[in-house]
Design a protein around this ligand. Structure first.
Ligand code: NAD
Length: 415
């Protein structure tokens, strides 16, 4: 099953448990709009290359569409539809007034020069500019896009409209209306949830080991934040390989080394007693917490039975398949699902939008306090729903979100 089928299966499962109105289930099972664009780019060698881009707007009943833009060689329309669907659910779980959208461009950005990447980003923006806007649909960074990508989008969109419209994207740099805390928001939000989970169970971070798959924005930040909280990070990986240091590693040293060498695989100086490890083996390491920060479908029916972690924290979107979920559940592995665990990113994006509209900017401590409150409330709501329905945290998060969406759909659409 691909991520879209997985997400729809989750919606069906939650609908059944909560006895959702079938009309609402039908609405939530289809995106409201899908856009596919062709983006011609003049390459540095003088040739012209056409790239394919997507923007999917899943549902805006609770507020404007919101969701990242992914630049990846394997992105396709189904993946973007799935990610847009998850955004609708996620915004409802964390109870912010936004809907779900997502974008993608089929490209390996590492194979492009900066000039080509800028031209592609501006061309894509221009192609979807009729569909986005600060009150319509607000993109943000996702895999292989960042604050620079957002700056180009904001600039291109503002040029087109003849006025500064920085609020068209979030995840911007501080110099152009970004929010304090946005870079680390996804990871920080996940850490707040994990802290609640460990605190409620009387566990001590200093006795807990952590493995992180995907040492990019979310992964490197979560490794550093957990290390600072006292957890022992014993392994990290990126697409080129992994590093396992059984006595623990220094995430900041791994970040510097990755910058130099291009991968964490060879960063032996990041800790004592280190060895290289493949991504497959990394997932199966014995540990207390496995944090998934790469891409979807990493834990599947094939390897779920070999997972030795006690808790999986999903910072990536869709990293555990439904088949794997069942195996993990029967083996007693707790999964803190993506739509809760990584919702700190969209929450601080929402704070960025609010600050852009007010032209008033909050200090980091205020952003963090507000984020902690949102994440802890969402976690408690998911826990309560899980107890009420006797279901996993993932299904509970879907039920919680779909109740909120059902109320809004019924109010607005008279369904
Ligand atoms: P990123 O591009 O900064 O990092 C992705 C990392 O994963 C890279 O280091 C890459 O090398 C690594 N990777 C790719 N394939 C891998 C594999 N098979 N095994 C191990 N590592 C692999 O992206 P990001 O922004 O950190 O996003 C990562 C995940 O988190 C995505 O699923 C994204 O949708 C999700 N997410 C990110 C945010 C955010 O704010 N950044 C918010 C919500 C969800």
């Amino acid at each position: 099953m691909n991520l879209l089928e997985n997400s729809l299966a989750q919606i069906r499962k939650a609908s059944e448990i909560m006895r959702l109105d079938p009309a609402v289930e039908e609405i939530l099972s289809h995106p409201e709009r899908t856009v596919e664009v062709s983006v011609p780019v003049k390459m540095d060698n003088g040739t012209l290359k056409v790239f394919t881009g997507f923007r999917v707007q899943h549902n805006n009943v609770r507020g404007p569409y919101k969701g990242g833009i992914r630049f990846h060689p394997y992105v396709d329309m189904d993946e973007v539809k799935a990610l847009a669907t998850l955004m609708t659910i996620k915004c409802a779980v964390v109870n912010i007034p936004l809907g779900g959208g997502k974008g993608g461009v089929i490209v390996d950005p590492h194979s492009l020069s900066k000039k080509e990447l800028e031209a592609l980003t501006r061309g894509y923006t221009s192609a979807i500019s009729d569909f986005i806007g600060p009150n319509i649909d607000i993109p943000a960074p996702d895999v292989y896009t960042n604050s620079q990508t957002m700056a180009w989008i904001a600039d291109e969109f503002s040029k087109k409209h003849g006025e500064n419209m920085l609020g068209v994207v979030t995840g911007k740099g501080l110099a152009i209306g970004g929010s304090e805390g946005r870079e680390t928001a996804t990871s920080q939000g996940g850490v707040y949830v994990l802290e609640e989970y460990t605190r409620e169970r009387g566990l001590s971070p200093s006795e807990m080991t952590v493995v992180v798959q995907g040492f990019g924005n979310a992964g490197a930040n979560v490794a550093e934040l957990l290390h600072r909280e006292g957890y022992k990070v014993i392994a990290v990986s990126d697409s080129k390989g992994g590093l396992h240091c059984k006595n623990g590693l220094q995430p900041d040293a791994a970040v510097s080394c990755k910058l130099e060498k291009g991968s964490v695989g060879g960063c032996f100086a990041a800790g004592d007693a280190c060895e290289m490890i493949s991504n497959e083996d990394l997932l199966e390491l014995p540990c207390d917490v496995l944090v998934l920060c790469a891409l979807e479908n990493q834990v599947t029916g094939e390897n779920a039975g070999k997972i030795k972690a006690k808790v999986i924290l999903e910072l990536a979107n869709g990293p555990v398949t439904p088949e794997a979920d069942e195996i993990l559940e029967s083996n007693g592995v707790v999964v803190i699902p993506d739509i809760l665990a990584n919702s700190g990113g969209v929450t601080v994006s929402y704070f960025e939008l609010v600050q852009n509209k007010m032209h008033l900017y909050w200090p980091l401590d205020e952003v963090k306090d507000r984020l902690r409150k949102k994440m802890v409330d969402a976690w408690k709501n998911v826990e309560d729903t899980s107890k009420e329905y006797g279901c996993s945290y993932r299904t509970a998060a879907f039920v919680l979100a779909m109740k909120r969406l059902e109320e809004a759909i019924k109010m607005r659409k008279g369904v």
